[in-house]
Each structure stands twice: as C-alpha cells, then as structure tokens.
Ligand binder design. Structure first.
Ligand code: GLC
Length: 559
C-alpha cells in the first residue's frame, strides 16, 4: 500500500500541543523527539526485543522514557542504514489490511469522516454494520494517525461534535444534551445529489441501549489527535471545549450515588446487549477514568473550565481509590473475601458492601493464580461480578488507573491464564461464559450470546491493539508478539471476522461479520505500535503520583 510505504510518520513537532500534563511528561518528551524520515519498511529488530525480554533484560516499566534507554528499543530510532542487516519486512497481511481499511472509508460530501463497521457484502442482513460507529472508529483513527494521516480523524471529531448538538428523543423522552451517538450513517440522495446524515443515540439500536462509552472515546481520541499532530487548535476551539464540557456535565452530575463510579444501564458499551453489565461495570469505569484524565489535559482554564477541572480532580481521586481498593482481586484478596463476615454495620466494617462469601462462584477458586490479579467486572451492594473483562483491564493499564504493581499483576495473570484469556486467538472479551440457567436469567435467553460466543466469552480480534499497548507499557512486548503471531495465523484466511467462538477462540463466530473494520484496524495498530513503541504516547497516560494507591497491599503487588 502506498500509505504504508510513503508515509514517514513525520509530525510537525515545532507546533506541539500545549497539552500540559504533569503526569504525562515522560511521554510528551518522547513525542518531542524529532522523528527520523524512516520509511515504513524501516529496520526494527523485533526478535532482538523479544530475546532481550526473554533473557530478563526487560523490566516492567512505569516510565516510558526508561523503555527507550533499553538497547533493543533504540533500534526503533536507528537510521535505516545503521541496522540495515535487520531490515524489517512487513507481513503481507499489513498491505492487505491497509487496502481493506481504505475500502471501509466513508465520505460525506467528498470528505472522509469515518470507517464503516463491516464491509461484508455476503452477509444477508446489513443491520447497522454499514454505519460509522464511534467506538469502532477508534482503532481506525489510531491507524491513520500513526500513519501520518490525521485529516479523517479531525473530520470525524468535528462531525460527531455536530451530531452531539442534535436533539435526541426516544419516544417522548429526551436524552441529555451531551450524549454522543453510538453510530451514524451517511446516505446518498441520488436525485438531489447530496449526502445526508442520520445518527443513532440509542433510539434505533437493538434494545434501545445508549452508548455511555462514545463520549469517553471521543475525548480520548481528541487527545490522541492532539498528541499525534501537535495541533492543539482543534482541542482548544470553542466547539471542542463545549463538546467536552457537555460530556463531562453528564457524567459528573450529582445524584443519589454513594460511590464515585458511574452508574450505568446494561449494554452501554462495546457489549451492547443485556449481559449483566449494569451497575458499575469496569468496562465503563476505566474509560470514564481515562476520559477524565484526558479532559483534564485539554480543558481551558477559563472560569467554567476551572470549575470542571476542580470537579474532575476530586472525582479522579475518589475514583482511583475506590477502584484500586474494591475492584481489585488476587489470591490474597480472594482468600480475604472468602473469609468475610457479613451484616457488619458502621464505619468499621471490613466487608463494606456486604458481599456474601457463598456468592463467590466456584470457577474463580481454580482460575486465580498465585501470581497475578485483575479488576473484577463490577462492585455494588452485595454483588461482586468476578468475571474478567479485557477492555476494562487494558484501559486501566493504559490510563494508569492500575498502579504499576497492579499493571504487572494483570500482565502476570494474562501470562498465567493464557489458554483461558487468549487461547488460539486474541482476546477473550469476558471470562468465563454464562451458561444454562444463569445465561437464561442474565442475558434473557439471548441466542446471539450463547456460552463462549459473541459477548459471552467470545474472542474479539479488535482487542489485540489494546492488549499490545498494555504489553508495551508494562515492558512485555514479547507477549504482544506472541498474540500477533496467533492473529496472523488465521485472521486474513478467515476473512477478518468480527469475533470467534469457543473456549479457545478456535471457531469463526456463529454470526460474525467478515471484513470487520475494527478487526483489521486493531491488527494494524498493534503492528505499528510494536514497530514503533513511541506511538504508545497517543493512547497512554503515565501514573499520577498524587493519586496514592491504597495502603493495603496483597501478595501479588509485592513480587
Ligand atoms: C456490535 C458490537 C458493538 C460494535 C457494533 C459495530 O453491536 O457489540 O460493540 O460497536 O457491533 O461493530
């Protein structure tokens, strides 16, 4: 693909954004390094990187700068001639993926504004897969940014911003002003020879689910765009500042909550069907945390901005404490919960949410390794959903919601439980699957979400980019390499499916679309990040030392 070869990834470093993040300095410094005019076919000795890691010379890092001091990483910034003997030959799938990604581009009045969810002409039912989904566009956007093509991303950000301003109604009920659409569709009117837009905020979606994640992804993408291009004018524009504030006003509003986590309805994220993910799902909390941190770095300090900044800082403080303390599980913590007393009253309660030990599911006792840990799916009164969710845990690492020790433990878990969480194709969206009676009750007998299929323990190749980013951030690129190798065995041959089924993710999903754009873009982003780890800065935030981890530490934190 011309895009792959011709683009050098050069950025206008002299006009860098004024995105100021005290906690993000290491990454900003990294991005300020002038990029060399390397071709995409540049040298990168990935093997030597894995070898170094295998030999134990790669340590988990909490500062991205320290990764660059590693000899193996330096090869990324080498001139092509200096290490020409290790010339990096792109996998043939890369060119194929770029072709497919470009075919998925949607134009509005001649300008690219996004990518279609799936380019699957063979599928009997198009449903809404011919639309541009906000969450689906994120990996596409990152691929374009990493390839030095920011225009489509800017157009997308502006177009969705306009849609945010639309009045949204479901029957006679009006949705909040700040809600961003789940998706939008461009249709061509051949008579008037013009393009028209329709957006879906949940009023047409199956089950009428509103996308809480869209607004968060929009803010995260705005920061990625700013970081990548150095163009801070977009984020600073009155329209974007207003857009951010509208999203924030929705999720920072006060209610009857006793927790800093955001109360959600089922199906409000990537898992957009009934799956027992209501209440305080980690999938949304991690995105909420990340979006708040991104907004903090982009909000203008005018009177209104200052007020939001103060509210965000308070919320982040409480949110990180709450999630790091109460969502965290490892061997020691599980043992503590197993021995919990119940019906404790007053401030001295240890079992604050009155979790009944009998409600701990059997599977977790075998699943929990001695080394490793993770953020569980949900915590609310008398309810802990112990399921593993890949997106929430990866975003927790990228946003530094997870402390460095917790990030290490999550990666340990992924290594220790590879068969269950990655299997033969990366990556399980959730683990384990709901079966039998539980499936009937929780999913409402959903035939698409039968056990080990789709959202219910299915495997989603798109998650590869999030996993790769988490691996790079924690200094374990060799694990990402292993996962990418698995994807390369099958993804293209199978026609880039939306998801796989089965305990090991071995079967192309029952109703999986082919040529699913985010499976394609997710692969490209993973490849580009591994090739040039400095891309990580777009989508990662360093630890904020002011947000202290809770005092209580259990076994896996101190390895
Ligand atoms: C399905 C997925 C959702 C995705 C959409 C378009 O509804 O559950 O996460 O955004 O398809 O690909």
């Amino acid at each position: 693909m011309d895009g792959v070869r011709e683009r050098t990834g050069l950025r206008k470093v002299e006009s860098r954004a004024s995105v100021t993040e005290a906690d993000d300095l290491d990454l900003s410094r990294l991005l300020e390094r002038p990029r060399l005019k390397l071709e995409r076919k540049r040298s990168f000795d990935e093997r030597s990187l894995s070898d170094h890691a295998a030999a134990g010379s790669l340590q988990p890092v909490d500062s991205f700068e320290s990764m660059l001091s590693l000899g193996a990483m330096r090869s990324v910034l080498d001139t092509p001639t200096s290490s020409a003997h290790n010339s990096f030959e792109p996998h043939p799938m890369v060119a194929e993926a770029w072709d497919a990604l470009r075919r998925s581009i949607v134009l509005f009045r001649g300008h690219p504004v996004g990518t279609i969810a799936a380019y699957d002409h063979a599928s009997e039912e198009v449903l809404n897969y011919d639309q541009v989904f906000v969450r689906d566009f994120v990996p596409s956007a990152l691929a374009f940014l990493m390839n030095g093509e920011p225009d489509i991303v800017k157009n997308f950000l502006l177009k969705t911003l306009q849609l945010q301003g639309w009045e949204k109604k479901i029957d006679r009920f009006k949705l909040g002003e700040g809600v961003m659409p789940a998706s939008f569709k461009v249709s061509h009117d051949p008579i008037r020879k013009t393009d028209n837009l329709t957006a879906d905020f949940g009023e047409s979606a199956i089950g009428r689910v509103a996308p809480v994640d869209s607004g968060f992804w929009w803010i995260i993408l705005l920061r990625a765009y700013t970081k990548s291009t150095g163009d801070s004018a977009l984020a600073e524009s009155p329209e974007c500042q207003r857009g951010m504030r509208l999203i924030l006003a929705l999720c920072l509003s006060e209610g009857f909550d006793t927790f800093p986590t955001l109360l959600c309805a089922d199906g409000c994220s990537m898992i957009d069907r009934r799956m027992g993910i209501y209440g305080y799902p980690i999938e949304i909390q991690a995105l909420f945390f990340m979006a708040l941190r991104c907004a903090l770095s982009m909000l203008k300090q005018d009177a209104e901005g200052k007020e939001f900044i103060a509210r965000i800082v308070k919320r982040l403080h409480a949110l990180s404490y709450h999630i790091r303390s109460y969502f965290w599980i490892d061997f020691q913590q599980l043992n503590d919960i197993y021995r919990y007393k119940t019906e404790e009253y007053s401030h001295t309660a240890v079992n604050k949410f009155n979790v009944i030990p009998d409600s701990i599911p059997d599977w977790i006792f075998d699943f929990m390794p001695v080394r490793g840990g993770y953020f569980i799916g949900n915590v609310s009164p008398a309810r802990m959903d112990f399921r593993w969710f890949a997106l929430g845990n990866c975003v927790a690492i990228l946003s530094s919601l997870a402390t460095p020790e917790q990030s290490v433990a999550i990666m340990d878990l992924l290594e220790e439980r590879w068969d269950q969480l990655l299997g033969e194709m990366p990556l399980k969206i959730a683990y384990p699957a709901l079966e039998n009676h539980e499936w009937q009750i929780v999913t409402g007998c959903d035939p698409k979400n039968t056990r080990w299929s789709y959202h219910n323990g299915g495997t989603w190749p798109v998650l590869l980019w999030l996993f790769t980013a988490a691996c790079i951030k924690t200094g374990r690129p060799q694990i990402a390499r292993r996962a990418i190798d698995l994807a390369e065995n099958r993804l293209s041959k199978d026609g880039w499916p939306e998801y796989y089924d089965g305990k090991l993710g071995r079967y192309v999903g029952k109703q999986a679309r082919k040529l699913q754009t985010w499976s394609i873009a997710g692969y490209l982003v993973a490849k580009m990040m591994l090739e040039d780890p400095s891309h990580l800065g777009m989508i990662s935030l360093e630890e904020d030392k002011a947000m202290k981890p809770p005092i209580k530490r259990s076994a896996s934190w101190t390895i």
